[in-house]
Design a protein around this ligand. Structure first.
Ligand code: SF4
Length: 126
């Protein structure tokens, strides 16, 4: 009986999720589920493209090993406080595309940046 590729993806994703933060070796996923390696690799690639899985390559005892981790979404809202950077002059700079370390226009030579830094330091100590 042939298994639909989306079912294979679901099975693989569940197996990767089960592994938790330790992850699971890519070479084990297909073997544990009884899925041929090439099919497992295709499904894993799709999961990675969808952003559901990330992989990390490492060398263990001279052998390359690929470990897969499930990317878990959270419902926890992430709040970022931008107060400390809201007046950074770069956000409204007309030459930001030409500004680069070591070039004629750079953060090191920028009067607006220097002024903003000085004012920021004075605000933080004052
Ligand atoms: S450092 Fe100065 S020149 Fe460079 S992007 Fe920021 S404001 Fe613009």
């Amino acid at each position: 009986m042939e298994v639909a590729s989306s079912n294979i993806e679901d099975m693989i994703f569940e197996k990767i999720k089960e592994a938790g933060p330790e992850g699971i070796r890519q070479s084990e996923v297909g073997r544990l589920l009884g899925i041929p390696g090439s099919e497992a690799a295709r499904a894993i690639s799709k999961l990675i493209r969808k952003g559901l899985v990330r992989k990390h390559s490492t060398i263990v005892e001279g052998k390359r090993m690929v470990v897969l981790y499930a990317v878990m979404s959270t419902d926890i809202p992430i709040v970022v406080n931008l107060n400390s950077v809201e007046n950074v002059p770069c956000f409204s700079c007309k030459v930001i595309n030409k500004c680069e370390n070591g070039s004629y226009i750079s953060p090191q030579t920028c009067g607006k940046m220097n002024q903003w830094l000085i004012e920021s330091v004075l605000r933080s100590v004052g």
